[in-house]
Design a protein around this ligand. Structure first.
Ligand code: ARG
Length: 455
């Protein structure tokens, strides 16, 4: 039976019920709804609605219900209740009779669902934080394992300058650290308790909302009932933080897909995280990485979905807001599994050092070094850049790397070039020079890694 039947003389149409019911989605809030209900029973006891004994009876029945159904989503859904709040109330009444009918005194599903959802966001957000930390750890381990493998760094997907593989790993550590800090920040802002805000105007019982907030582990109660029941900023922030993090994951996935391509051949992925082709026996496809890249799209989609649902909604609660959960649940599920999968991919990844080094040596990645050499000999950088451009054109024509052009030939471009130029054109020299903070010299990367390992 619906919670609100008194005013109605006709049953809902089957289509309306199907359309309106949210239980098939919000059953996932069972634990939060029961925990919130336990807190609410205590709150209404404090204002004399329940006796202490009744309160204890409700607490016991709610805990019993949780133990019975927490891991039985099918049973919850099969109840046919309108939503998780109706399900809990209905089940409670089935257990304790009329006493169960007192629980909703002074409460609305509007402050109830807001509370449930914030509790859920907190739980899931903390899980994502742990997974982000785990992924950060996997990147740090990989950086330590492959720190000095030399590979080409790219801009415009063209070989630009050599970098250390460890430097590449630590670039993503920076990104995931920003994701961690963004999520921690969002969770701090979501740490306020909606319960006791009623339908929109506040509850009519003079209860201590600080005590309710504390009993549910929130830092403080929310401060405006109209805002409280219509606020879904925490949902949007989680979707947004997940989207940014998925953007990072998808970029890492894309880099690795490219590194794993036959053309690059920089890395080998473990059999555990790749799949074969049903037709072409030679294939080993980077499915895990492609799915991370692919799932990023649907996470963005959910962010756009909730932003658009909330756009221009008048105060306070509107049923539109029931549409907040499906996207959020999918976002948090997708983000979590991608974080876990990325860590697994990294743990089994091998760098093919001969290939990465050979690629770093080709493609004129030491051209900047030649320009810097000319600068050291007194030539203004812009002129040096032009001269080296001319050298590169000739070298490309001859299919020769810069360091293999004879001195006499190099001198034709500038007579300041001497025999010492060759020492500048080695990969080691290119790398060593990048020793200002944040650069890819081995010393810098080792120091950066040590800092990360110590944190
Ligand atoms: N299932 C609803 C939701 O998720 C619960 C709140 C219902 N409130 C109401 N006034 N109809 O939003």
């Amino acid at each position: 039976m619906a919670l609100w039947g008194g005013r109605f003389s006709q049953e809902s149409s089957a289509l309306f019920k199907l359309f309106n019911d949210s239980l098939p989605v919000d059953y996932r809030l069972i634990e939060e709804d029961i925990v919130g209900s336990i807190a609410w029973a205590t709150a209404i006891t404090s204002v004399g609605i329940l006796t202490q004994q009744e309160c204890e009876q409700l607490h016991a029945a709610l805990n019993e219900l949780l133990a019975e159904v927490a891991d039985k989503p099918e049973a919850i859904i099969a109840s046919g209740a309108e939503d998780i709040h109706s399900f809990v109330e209905q089940s409670l009444i089935a257990k304790v009779g009329d006493l169960g009918k007192k629980l909703h005194t002074g409460r609305s599903r509007n402050d109830q669902v807001a509370t449930d959802l914030k509790l859920w966001c907190r739980k899931e957000g903390e899980q994502s934080l742990a997974l982000l930390q785990k992924l950060r750890g996997a990147l740090i381990d990989l950086a330590a394992r492959e720190i000095d493998a030399v590979m080409p760094g790219y801009t415009h997907l063209q070989r630009a300058q050599p970098v250390l593989f460890g430097h590449w790993c630590l670039a993503y550590v920076e990104m995931f650290e920003r994701d961690i800090s963004r999520l921690e920040d969002a969770l701090k802002r979501a740490d306020t308790c909606p319960l006791g805000s009623g339908a929109l105007a506040g509850t009519a019982y003079p209860m201590d909302r600080h005590a309710i907030a504390e009993s549910l582990g929130f830092a403080a109660p929310t401060l405006n009932s109209l805002d409280t029941v219509s606020d879904r900023d925490h949902v949007i922030e989680l979707c947004s933080d997940a989207s940014i993090s998925m953007m990072h994951l998808s970029r890492m996935a894309e880099d690795l897909i490219f590194f794993n391509s036959g053309e690059a051949g920089f890395i080998d992925l473990d059999d555990e995280v790749t799949s074969g082709s049903s037709l072409m026996p030679q294939k080993k496809n980077p499915d895990a990485l492609e799915l991370i890249r692919g799932k990023t799209g649907r996470v963005y989609g959910s962010l756009m979905g909730i932003l658009t649902t909330m756009k221009a909604l008048p105060l306070a609660y509107n049923k539109d807001m029931q549409e907040d959960k499906e996207g959020l649940f999918d976002v948090m599920d997708s983000w979590s599994i991608c974080l876990e999968m990325a860590a697994l991919v990294l743990s089994g990844l091998q760098v093919n050092r001969e290939r990465t080094l050979a690629a770093a040596q080709q493609g004129y990645a030491n051209s900047t070094e030649l320009a810097d050499y000319l600068v050291a000999k007194g030539m203004p950088f812009r002129e040096a850049h032009h001269v080296v451009g001319e050298v590169v054109v000739v070298a490309i024509g001859k299919q020769t790397p810069l360091e293999e052009l004879p001195l006499a030939e190099l001198k034709q471009f500038s007579d300041v070039i001497e025999d010492d130029v060759y020492a500048c054109l080695t990969i080691e020299s290119c790398l060593e020079k990048r020793e200002a903070l944040g650069g890819t010299s081995i010393l810098q990367v080792k120091q950066a890694l040590a800092v990360k390992q110590g944190q």
